[in-house]
Design a protein around this ligand. Structure first.
Ligand code: NAD
Length: 270
């Protein structure tokens, strides 16, 4: 790891108090960035994460306490605008927006609850769009461009029966990333996505601590294991860094081979 790759870069990470968002915030700070972790009201987890970020700095000999925890529902466009104003007001500039907040729920195709369906789109898709909008509007006010990174999912590509709203939100997120990437490519603004497969976070509480259920999940993953969030986070640091200066409009799948059509490993079709 390059401890200076993100030296003094500034980033907001939505849904940053736990799971993949927390791992991304920790990785960014380990590489020298200053980070605001956004959360929807999860004060205790946010405080614990903030303390972890300051501890990473202390261990690296960095004497600063610039990281922020910002409460905001990403589905509320005014709250998102206020969050970006707060970060820019504190640091003077924002370099990277990580649109990571996400929720899921069973929403069957023949019988879904409209309010639940809408809420999933509001958080996963509209929320990411509001965050991207506010970050890009800021990037355009100054020199140097910026980076937007969305957390998508393998379900951007792979259908997810009984999770209709979730799969639709991630599919749309992929096209949001490509559209914004093209719209702003000539102004130094890069827009990309990371698409994880199975990661051992709260969103997967149904199976991560149940050995049989977990084995059932991992059986489907060509590499044979569900990832820890820290194994996904380096991709975000790469996309936020100057090393990705020529990368835009891409979705990087970090999924242990889930998108490789594992059923085809042994030939059965000819
Ligand atoms: P998680 O449940 O631990 O994290 C979700 C985060 O989103 C939490 O920090 C939560 O507080 C935040 N959040 C939820 N609603 C919000 C709102 N309205 N406003 C602001 N923040 C809100 O699970 P995770 O796995 O860390 O999920 C992070 C992202 O990764 C999600 O977008 C999820 O769809 C995606 N993802 C996860 C996996 C996986 O296997 N864990 C796979 C693919 C994609």
């Amino acid at each position: 790891m390059d401890r200076d790759r993100l030296h003094n870069r500034t980033a907001v990470v939505t849904g940053g108090s736990r799971g993949i968002g927390r791992a991304v915030a920790e990785r960014f700070v380990a590489e020298g960035a200053v980070v605001a972790i956004n959360h929807p009201g999860d004060e205790q987890a946010a405080e614990a994460t903030l303390a972890a970020l300051h501890a990473i700095d202390a261990a690296a000999g960095r004497n600063r306490r610039d990281h922020l925890a910002i409460k905001a529902d990403v589905a509320d466009e005014h709250a998102v605008a206020a969050m970006v104003r707060q970060a820019v007001g504190q640091w003077g500039r924002l370099d990277c927006m990580v649109c990571n907040a996400g929720i899921q729920s069973v929403t069957q195709g023949h019988d879904f609850d409209a309010a639940t369906f809408q809420r999933i789109l509001d958080v996963n898709l509209n929320g990411a769009a509001y965050c991207a909008r506010e970050a890009i509007a800021h990037f355009l006010t100054r020199e140097g461009g910026g980076s937007v990174i969305a957390t998508s999912s393998v379900h951007q590509l792979i259908p997810k029966p009984t999770y209709l709203a979730y799969a639709a939100s991630k599919g749309a997120l992929g096209q949001m990333v490509r559209t914004l990437a093209l719209e702003y490519a000539d102004r130094g603004i890069r827009v990309n996505a990371v698409a994880p497969g199975a990661v051992t976070t709260d969103i997967n509480a149904a199976w991560i601590d149940d050995p049989k259920a977990r084995a059932d999940v991992e059986r489907h993953i060509p590499m044979g294991f569900a990832a820890d969030a820290a194994q996904i986070a380096p991709l975000y640091a790469f996309l936020a860094s100057q090393e990705a200066v020529y990368v835009t409009g891409q979705t990087l799948y970090a999924c242990g081979g889930l998108t490789l059509y594992g059923e085809f490993k042994q030939n059965w079709s000819s």
